[in-house]
Design a protein. Structure first.
Length: 561
């Protein structure tokens, strides 16, 4: 049988535009007796980017993992379907053939590089492994190829980072290493599974631009998996919208965004957080304030452990938030946002005055602070990690009431728990269930209910929506606004997602390297940012093309500032 492919695995010019590089037909996946994917079909051509879009649990990643046969067999199995690579059927392929394909003809970039990279091996060893396995490279030839790949993906100072371990790199740098590893053997198809979800908006824009540049250079096809339609608009040629394991709509990007047919697609497009924060009251009392706050972590070096320098996580920051007001604190990872929030709560040692409802509390001992804890609550980024897996939802929400001796007897406490769950839109009948039985959005509602049960005056919300689907994000934003209107809560909302911040914040602090580079009314900062770093953040979050058009000189100047 004559193949339209050459020995290098490239389509001839005649057939490149007509024969799919990858063809998935009627794919079904079940975990035991539970169906996860139902009759999914799509094609992918050379040089094309196809986006699989949908919320968590829609079957996007399961469909992609099926292509490389990476699901946990036999627990996961395929009742039906066909997957063809250049016409070759992969269902039924022997393990040795699948090993040839994985990392060679089809490569994959996963969502969280820190868990995908081996923490005990240098990046040189991890990239070199795939070169040795598929190309037989070794010695100086292998090292030269590794350096070529790292320079290709824009890893700074690549030659001096070969021996670096994953934890010594930033999130964006680790993702670049993952992309370099995926490109090592010049794959025909790159599967990118939520490769930018955990990244700051500026790094996200850089990674997306890198993928498009590499695709243009090598002509590879990209299967891009995401729940963020803003990313799809920028990177994809065609879209498959998935829901509950099925493809509900397929089409070209321009057509789908201008004329979506399925109601679920319309819901996704309309799900971006909208609206404005509740109006401020001019006479609202100040709830929390900090003056010239500093949190410096010492770096000890030398035989006697003498402090040579400090990591200035928060360096001279002043904040103020009033009743019924939201202060948005934005910046990239490492800018000091979370450290500032923990310092305000007195969960980290700091220098500088901290006032809560007019009382200066920065010198109070822990036992004196304990009664105030019920009025100062926090909601963390990862609800699954912050909720005890051994306690039921009712016990989790009730725990604070027990600690602070609130709400009287068990019957009264249960009534308060029921009220808190109803306020966040959860069925009180579920309070005997455990966190793992809920979705990500529901778990975040539980975390908010736990804080609300204590009737706080201040809520510090640390990236509470970053791990959630866009539709769930919009629901949480609406919930927070409603609770603020009802109880005149003061929020400190920490985030790198400026679309969410714009829908919630009255005032804005922009942080970089532990310092505030810009502050003011949120509406004013969004409309007319003054600092170059703020401009780059806004451009990356709200208009990727504008950010990408910033010159290298401008970006370098922003870094110096």
């Amino acid at each position: 049988m004559n193949s339209p492919w050459s020995n290098q695995g490239q389509l001839s010019d005649q057939t490149a535009s007509t024969i799919p590089l990858l063809e998935v037909r009627d794919l079904a996946v079940s975990f035991g007796k539970v169906p996860a994917v139902k009759q999914v079909s799509f094609t992918l051509h050379r040089g094309e980017t196809l986006a699989l879009v949908g919320e968590s649990g829609s079957g996007k990643s399961v469909s992609a993992l099926s292509i490389l046969r990476l699901l946990p067999y036999p627990h996961a199995w395929h009742p039906s379907g066909s997957i063809r690579l250049r016409g070759e059927e992969l269902f039924g392929a022997v393990p040795s053939r699948l090993r040839e394909i994985r990392g060679n003809q089809i490569a994959m970039v996963f969502q969280e590089p820190m868990t995908s990279l081996n923490p005990l091996h240098s990046i040189e060893k991890q990239i070199g492994e795939t070169l040795t396995l598929h190309k037989g490279l070794g010695g100086t030839q292998r090292r030269a190829r590794i350096l070529e790949l790292l320079n290709l993906v824009g890893l700074p100072d690549a030659a001096h980072r070969l021996n670096a371990l994953p934890h010594e790199l930033s999130g964006g740098q680790r993702q670049r290493v993952m992309i370099a590893m995926a490109l090592a053997n010049d794959p025909d198809i790159l599967i990118a599974d939520e490769p930018t979800t955990a990244l700051d908006v500026t790094i996200q824009a850089q990674i997306l631009k890198l993928l498009k540049d590499l695709q243009g250079r090598f002509g590879m096809a990209i299967l891009f998996i995401t729940h963020d339609l803003g990313i799809v608009r920028k990177i994809a040629d065609r879209v498959c919208v998935m829901r509950a394991g099925e493809v509900v709509e397929t089409g070209a990007v321009a057509e789908l965004f201008t004329n979506p047919h399925h109601s679920y697609t319309q819901e996704l497009l309309a799900a971006e957080p909208k609206g404005e924060p509740p109006p401020e009251r001019a006479d609202a009392p100040e709830v929390m304030a900090g003056d010239d706050l500093r949190v410096w972590f010492p770096l000890k070096r030398g035989l006697w452990g003498r402090v040579k320098d400090h990591v200035k996580a928060v360096d001279g920051v002043s904040v103020s938030v009033r009743e019924g007001q939201t202060l948005g604190v934005v910046g990239e990872s490492g800018s000091g946002k979370t450290t500032l929030g923990l310092a305000l709560l007195r969960l980290l040692s700091s220098e500088g005055a901290i006032r809560f409802e007019g009382q200066r509390i920065d010198q109070w001992p822990n036992h004196a602070l304990r009664p105030l804890r019920k009025a100062m609550q926090v909601v963390f980024q990862d609800p699954f990690g912050s909720l005890s897996p051994r306690l039921s939802v009712g016990e989790i929400v009730e725990e604070g009431l027990l600690v602070h001796g609130l709400a009287g007897d068990r019957t009264a406490r249960r009534a308060r728990v029921t009220q808190a769950l109803m306020e966040v839109g959860l069925d009180p009948a579920t309070q005997n269930r455990y966190p793992h039985e809920f979705s990500g959005g529901q778990r975040q509602r539980i975390a908010i209910a736990r804080a609300l049960a204590l009737q706080p005056r201040l809520l510090i919300l640390d990236e509470p929506t970053s791990a959630l689907d866009v539709s769930v994000q919009a629901q949480i934003v609406d919930l927070l606004r409603e609770l603020q209107r009802r109880y005149q809560l003061a929020y400190v909302f920490i985030s790198h997602d400026l679309r969410v911040v714009r829908a919630l914040a009255n005032h804005l602090l922009v942080m970089k390297n532990g310092q505030v580079v810009e502050a003011g009314p949120a509406r004013q900062v969004f409309a007319n940012p003054q600092h170059l770093y703020t401009q780059s953040l806004l451009a990356a979050a709200l208009n990727l093309e504008t950010f990408q058009s910033l010159s290298t000189e401008d970006t370098e100047n922003a870094e110096k500032d």
